[in-house]
Design a binder for this molecule. Structure first.
Ligand code: MLT
Length: 393
């Protein structure tokens, strides 16, 4: 075949981070079939869906089985009933958004990966370490990428100090995946002010919002002016246990413009062409999860994971190991054992404790020397993991 391929793919690492981990774990299992593996690697939920969500799916499935209530293609940007539910969820946090700003999707990863379609060759600024999708999707599009370094000194919360005044696309993730650090109101305001001053755009990944306790922003739109410089990408994966159900939403305020062009219009055009919406039962499930009662049920599961996170964080603290996260986040980000790089430490823990983790370097060069552990497992497995780690750390 003499078809030209997208050469930018040659600039990606060979495998997507979590695919690479799966390959290594599969090999470990083949060589150690009797070991009881504890998976604290990918941030995948383990508790079953809340009852209110399951009831909504069943009811919607029954409607689809009836000639009178059957539905075909969903609206490209989501049913109004779900947009109402998203708007009310924000409203309960005193954040005002309109239905026209909301786009329902099959999850944050898709939207974060696809959003590059509507922008030309801008300068891209990506925190490092961070969720790998921002980097990979921009590498695929051949973009010019700059890193904003997260480190121990800035508590893995890089700020705009020192950045030039050119317009740029900036990705932020708070609570951060992988470090669990999160911006407070003052810090997020500095980013919003910087974006307004430099006519830049912030793409704000809010997937872990539901884990926030205390006085931290639940949305970038709590910050004055953000509607003129930010897009917010959210997910029900972690909030409602939807990793296998698939539903998320992206908020693009109609006020957000580049020149005279509304970014909201571009995304509408993009989605109408390349996306056919989320299935009716899943949208009903999301509506239920975001309702007042649904939020309460979801919070029970989140608190269960947060208890696991606290146990892990307390353990690392008792060992005198530097870490961030474990609070406001399902992730604990810890320093590797002296003399080990991230992948070596990953192998050390897998081989000696049969625990799967995620190497920090998989989230970027500045993650080297760190490791991420998730709280998404059972309480029993979390306790067992701590016992095993206690023997080897
Ligand atoms: C993670 O482990 O970082 C996430 O679960 C992956 C994802 O959300 O795609």
């Amino acid at each position: 075949m003499k078809i030209k391929i997208n050469e930018n793919f040659n600039n990606l690492s060979k495998n997507y981070l979590f695919s690479e981990i799966n390959i290594r774990v599969k090999k470990y299992i083949e060589n150690n079939p009797d070991k009881n593996i504890i998976r604290l690697g990918i941030g995948d939920v383990t508790l079953p869906l809340p009852k209110i969500v399951v009831d909504a799916i069943k009811k919607a499935a029954d409607e689809m089985a009836n000639q009178k209530t059957f539905r075909g293609y969903p609206p490209e940007y989501g049913y109004e009933f779900l947009k109402d539910s998203v708007r009310n969820y924000y409203g309960r946090k005193n954040i005002k958004i309109n239905n026209e700003d909301i786009f329902i999707s099959d999850g944050a990863k898709s939207d974060l990966g696809n959003i590059v379609d509507i922008f030309a060759d801008n300068e891209i600024y990506i925190p490092n370490p961070v969720y790998p999708v921002y980097l990979d999707s921009n590498v695929m599009s051949g973009r010019n990428i700059n890193y904003i370094e997260g480190n121990k000194e800035n508590n893995f919360l890089p700020m705009p100090n020192g950045l030039d005044n050119n317009p740029k696309i900036i990705y932020l993730c708070s609570p951060n995946n992988p470090t669990g650090s999160l911006y407070n109101y003052d810090e997020l305001k500095k980013w919003v002010d910087y974006a307004i001053k430099t006519e830049s755009l912030i793409i704000y990944d809010n997937a872990y919002e539901a884990f926030i306790d205390g006085k931290y922003p639940h949305s970038i739109f709590e910050i004055e002016g953000a509607k003129t410089c930010a897009i917010e990408v959210s997910s029900l994966s972690k909030m409602a246990g939807f990793t296998g159900v698939r539903c998320g939403f992206t908020i693009i305020p109609t006020q957000l413009k580049s020149g005279d062009t509304k970014i909201n219009d571009l995304w509408k055009r993009r989605q109408a062409t390349k996306f056919n919406g989320v299935s009716y039962p899943v949208q009903r499930a999301a509506e239920a999860a975001l309702s007042i009662d649904g939020e309460k049920e979801c919070l029970k599961n989140i608190n269960y994971y947060k208890n696991n996170a606290k146990l892990l964080a307390d353990f690392f603290k008792s060992k005198g190991i530097y870490y961030t996260g474990g609070n406001n986040s399902p992730y604990i980000w810890l320093k590797c054992k002296e003399g080990y790089n991230s992948w070596e430490f990953f192998d050390y823990i897998l081989n000696n404790a049969s625990i799967v983790t995620t190497p920090g370097s998989g989230f970027g060069v500045f993650g080297e020397g760190y490791l991420r552990i998730t709280a998404f497992n059972t309480l029993e497995n979390t306790k067992l993991a701590i016992e095993r780690l206690n023997k080897i750390l």
